[in-house]
Design a protein around this ligand. Structure first.
Ligand code: 13P
Length: 341
């Protein structure tokens, strides 16, 4: 069992490849569809994911896809269940298992992620449906006084309980503590908060006997707040981010797979590239982007079947750019060259 977990974790961060997070909850995908004026129905959600998952050749750059509960049970237009379709392309199916961030009791403005009740049975079912890895996301807001130690440690405890249950079920846990970058904070403050969060997460993972060789970390990059007056540039982001992970992420972790967290798609690619250009590092540095892989695709598709190929081209392009950023070989000019093809 341990070796299967290690192999799956390593395969998810194979050279030049990363993960597509397509696990938007029904409420979140509705927001994305609202942006193109498309009604969110079970069929429109299926058609959208069908477009992404059947993109020709994307398996060159995509190692795994995170699905939502509804999606793992849906099928492509030819009737092939999505997990089977992905696996046939050599893409590993994954599943979001948390039930969202809910208000943390007695802690104004803070959240704790729920979903542990019944998780052992759900994991067994998901494994039967083809999932080989999972995701659980905790969120933390930065203010002058938050996050509290209470919020940090409560979420770390839950993340470790989830990770232990995953390993027991033969499923690689992606551990996702996301420090949100909304606000006016400095990059130093983001570094301080992210460090405290990661320190708590690894303390709990070790206390709860999780074999970190069989896990992946999905953290935020360390950025200035999106509304900060003087925002750090690409190189500074790479320096502060690496400093944080070098201090707080064990070398036993096979890979760090970033979330994009509301950065523009090109910023998310450039930041990943800058970090990899400073390598080699003890872990693979890769991507597990949602918005930064999908935003141009959803726009190009616009909910219309005649635009499926345009949507697929946009997704393939972002996957390719991020694949290049895995080795530090990305350059912004590649965006234009590809657009000209
Ligand atoms: P974003 O890349 O859009 O932040 O999504 C990644 C994700 O899976 C959030 O949980």
């Amino acid at each position: 069992m341990a070796s299967e977990l290690h192999e799956t974790a390593k395969a998810l961060v194979a050279e030049g490849k990363g993960i597509l997070a397509a696990d938007e909850s029904t409420a979140t995908i509705k927001k994305r569809f609202d942006s193109i004026g498309l009604e969110s129905t079970e069929e429109s959600r299926r058609a959208y994911r069908d477009m992404l998952f059947t993109t020709p050749g994307v398996e060159e750059y995509i190692s795994g896809v995170i699905l939502f509960d509804e999606t793992i049970r849906q099928s492509a237009h030819d009737g092939t269940p999505f997990p089977e379709l992905l696996a046939s392309k050599g893409i590993i199916p994954g599943i979001k298992v948390d039930e969202g961030a809910k208000p943390l009791a007695l802690a104004d403005g803070e959240t704790v992620t729920e979903g542990l009740d019944g998780l052992r049975a759900r994991l067994e079912e998901y494994r039967g449906l083809g999932a080989r890895f999972a995701k659980w996301r905790a969120t933390y807001s930065i203010t002058d006084t938050l996050p509290s130690d209470y919020c940090i440690w409560t979420n770390a405890h839950a993340l470790a309980r989830y990770a232990a249950l995953c390993e027991e079920a033969g499923i690689v846990p992606i551990v996702e503590p996301e420090v949100l970058m909304d606000g006016t904070h400095t990059i130093e403050r983001a570094h301080h908060v992210t460090s405290r969060v990661l320190d708590a997460v690894y303390t709990e993972l070790f206390d709860q006997r999780v074999d970190v060789f069989g896990t992946l970390l999905k953290p935020n990059m360390v950025l200035s707040g999106y509304d900060a007056a003087d925002r750090a540039g690409t190189d500074e982001v790479a320096e502060w981010s690496l400093k944080c992970y070098y201090k707080h992420v064990p070398a036993a972790v096979p890979g760090i797979v970033f979330l994009s967290g509301g950065q523009s798609d090109e910023d998310a690619t450039a930041h990943l590239n800058a970090m990899n250009a400073k390598g080699p590092h003890p872990w693979q540095l890769s991507f597990s982007y949602g918005r930064a892989l999908q935003a141009p695709a959803i726009k190009a598709w616009n909910g219309k079947s005649e635009n499926v190929e345009a949507g697929q081209r946009a997704y393939y392009h972002r996957a390719k750019m991020n694949g290049a950023a895995r080795t530090g070989m990305y350059a912004p000019e590649m965006e234009r060259e590809a657009a000209a093809v």
